[in-house]
Write a protein that binds this ligand. Structure first.
Ligand SMILES: [Zn+2]
Length: 687
């Protein structure tokens, strides 16, 4: 068996090697799937008054991806999917639609909405192939529109051949049919088409081009990660992909294991490669849509949905895209940021801190183009009024986007009577304070290994451990980075951190694990949780882990000059604080864990190393439509962890609720007393 160079393998997953990008300023973001935009002047005026930087619309398009040109506007895949809504527009009506949309988008831009993007989908068509309704009706009348809309020749193969299929050739449905029907489309059926099918790709490019031609700045692409297909195009593309990845000799690497497209993890490397291949497929599809749009409008952005619960796609599949949606529908307390209460008995309420730290941190660390856009809910499918968004929680969501430096945004719904002021306020703050947000490096003393590729191998505990440790590190008020770089560790990079945490990275090559051992022996400190490096990563096979001999007893041990604690399960906040004590690292905390439980920090440094920015978020914002943050947090004292040998010369605090930045005194050892904290402050420190 040939020994594979990690570097060569990583060429195939080149995104993973992308250098960490500098920080970018956040944006304000509104999603509006309403069906009454075109021709509604009041809607245009109301939207302009709130001036979101990114406005995401429904199917306000010339031709929809799933039906072709139809009467209805707005909505996502399911909305307006039957009756008159899906009546095919005549050529004349479609021309009027195009003219109307061009005017509407121009007015939104003129009014200060920076980016406007409508809805399309990566894999849906609707209709009945036998009755020739829905998308098939449009396909049969393709020629009527082809000249005016420059559609080119009709794809030769009937759309029924575009479907994603199971290994046995039967259509693959992502959305289960009820008694053979898809209720939102009845009497039509919703089908899933394949992103590797050249005809679907061609049609999707035409839809996108027509979006760009009316002036849209990009497209939101729903279901962008929903590709699990075994059609002949996928089979052929998979073979090509394997050849490229394994330098023309996949058999040498598979060493007798079956080489086939499969979702069955029992098939070992084949299943891992199939997942990589499908991720690569939708990445290619998205980039083809971007290129199609760019021919008519520059810049032109692609904004896929599919970040939530798919960190492996955020890291390895989507990174060249411009934006990515985390559709965070489901949480035990809803998902809106802030304090959610749940009544246990009468007056006893359980309080839970909701946050989006993992999602924001992951995109910050992944280092691609993508900017995260966070969709959160006050319960799903039904809204719990106690968890609904209010103005202060919306401010907190936007502040989170700002604090992680990834250029992202937080979804605010188009209820401008409620949220118009806070949208304007935060956009104004982000634009006035752009220098705080652009061009910085992450600043942290702890590194938490976060390798989303573990999920491709079927290692599910890893990411759940990363999430628990994210909570624990937050509770201990220490600054941390995720290491998402693959194949894992690189000794010289590790040396800039005072603590490395390795949580259940089961698939890791011995060479990478040895880098961490080297760091430890040279005087580093580590917390090692669960099972690590027991399987290879390049080739997932059992191996002897360099961590196998370390006692997993939760106590401090030494290795060379270094110290480590190894434990079976991730420590909670209290346990982590005790471990930090054993390792002599409690000085990393900006404030003690018990105090200020719901305050969180993130930090950046200017590239020249002369300025630090400490972002301070107050999650003590109560959720509920009518709830308000009554009292700011008073008397918050921070001890800023400064670089070795540096001293702080001056500090000012920026707060979106205040017109002027406030100077604060710096005490001995880099301590500062913050002004009363409502939702968000940035402490700018000159070194
Ligand atoms: Zn396929």
């Amino acid at each position: 068996m040939r020994v594979l160079s990690a570097v060569l393998l990583c060429v195939a997953m080149s995104a993973a090697w992308a250098a960490p990008v500098l920080t970018r300023a956040p944006i304000t973001y509104v999603l509006d799937y309403g069906g009454k935009h075109l021709g509604h002047d009041q809607w245009v005026a109301d939207t302009i008054a709130a001036r979101p930087q990114l406005l995401h619309l429904g199917k306000d398009v010339v031709m929809t991806h799933n039906w072709g040109p139809i009467q209805a506007l707005g909505g996502e895949n399911q909305a307006y999917g039957k009756g008159d809504s899906v009546r095919r527009l005549t050529l004349e009506e479609t021309k009027q639609r195009r003219a109307g949309l061009t005017d509407m988008v121009r007015r939104l831009h003129d009014g200060g909405v920076t980016m406007v993007m409508p809805y399309i989908c990566a894999m849906t068509i609707g209709g009945d192939p036998d009755k020739r309704t829905g998308f098939w009706e449009f396909y049969d009348h393709w020629g009527e529109y082809a000249g005016e809309f420059r559609l080119g020749p009709r794809p030769a193969d009937d759309p029924i051949t575009w479907l994603q299929v199971e290994p046995d050739g039967k259509p693959h449905f992502f959305y289960r049919l009820t008694d053979g029907k898809y209720p939102p489309y009845e009497p039509n059926i919703r089908y899933a088409v394949c992103m590797n099918n050249p005809h679907w790709r061609y049609w999707s490019e035409q839809v996108t081009r027509m979006c760009a031609e009316v002036g849209y700045d990009g497209v939101f692409v729903d279901n962008a990660g929903s590709q699990r297909c075994y059609c002949r195009y996928c089979q052929a593309a998979f073979q090509e992909w394997l050849k490229a990845r394994y330098h023309g000799r996949p058999k040498d690497y598979y060493a007798g294991q079956p080489i086939l497209l499969t979702d069955d993890l029992k098939q070992g490397l084949a299943a891992v490669d199939s997942r990589r291949f499908w991720a690569d497929s939708f990445s290619k599809h998205l980039m083809a849509l971007k290129a199609a749009g760019e021919k008519a409008h520059q810049p032109f952005y692609v904004f896929p949905n599919g970040g939530e619960s798919r960190p492996e796609h955020v890291w390895g599949g989507y990174m060249p895209v411009d934006f990515i949606m985390f559709e965070r529908s489901v949480g035990d307390f809803g998902t809106n940021p802030g304090m959610a209460g749940r009544r246990i008995v009468r007056d006893i309420k359980l309080r839970h801190m909701n946050h989006n730290i993992f999602e924001n941190k992951l995109t910050q660390a992944a280092g691609g183009n993508e900017r995260p856009l966070l969709l959160t809910r006050g319960g799903y499918p039904a809204l719990n009024p106690d968890w609904d968004l209010n103005v202060d929680a919306a401010a907190l969501g936007m502040a989170e986007s700002a604090a992680y430096g990834n250029g992202g945004g937080f979804l605010v719904r188009p209820d401008y009577a409620t949220f118009g002021d806070v949208l304007r306020q935060y956009r104004g703050f982000f634009e006035r304070k752009t220098p705080l947000y652009e061009g910085n490096w992450s600043y942290a003393q702890v590194q938490l290994a976060c390798f989303p590729s573990q999920k491709m191998y079927g290692n599910l505990p890893h990411i759940s451990r990363v999430r628990s440790l994210t909570d624990a590190l937050g509770e201990c008020h220490v600054l941390f980075d995720y290491n998402t770089r693959w194949p894992g560790f690189h000794f010289p990079e590790l040396q800039q951190y005072r603590l490395i945490i390795l949580p259940d990275v089961k698939y890791m090559d011995v060479g990478s694990a040895d880098q961490l051992i080297q760091y430890l022996k040279a005087g580093g400190k580590a917390i090692i949780v669960g099972e690590n490096a027991t399987m290879g990563a390049e080739l997932p096979r059992p191996q002897t882990s360099p961590f196998a001999s370390l006692p997993q007893d939760g106590r401090m041990h030494t290795l060379g000059q270094g110290q480590y604690v190894s434990c079976a399960l991730p420590p909670n906040g209290k346990q982590l604080w005790a471990i930090l004590g054993q390792l002599g690292l409690q000085d990393l905390a900006l404030c003690p864990p018990e105090a200020n439980q719901h305050v969180r920090f993130n930090a950046f440094a200017k590239a020249d190393g002369k300025t630090l920015y400490f972002h301070v978020l107050n999650y003590d914002v109560p959720l509920g439509a009518t709830a308000r943050l009554e009292h700011p947090r008073e008397g918050l004292k921070l001890r800023l962890p400064l670089p070795p040998g540096a001293s702080a010369k001056r500090a000012v605090v920026h707060d979106p609720d205040k017109a002027e930045a406030a100077k604060v005194e710096i005490g001995a050892g880099g301590t500062v007393a913050l002004p009363p904290l409502r939702v968000y402050e940035v402490v700018e420190v000159g070194l």
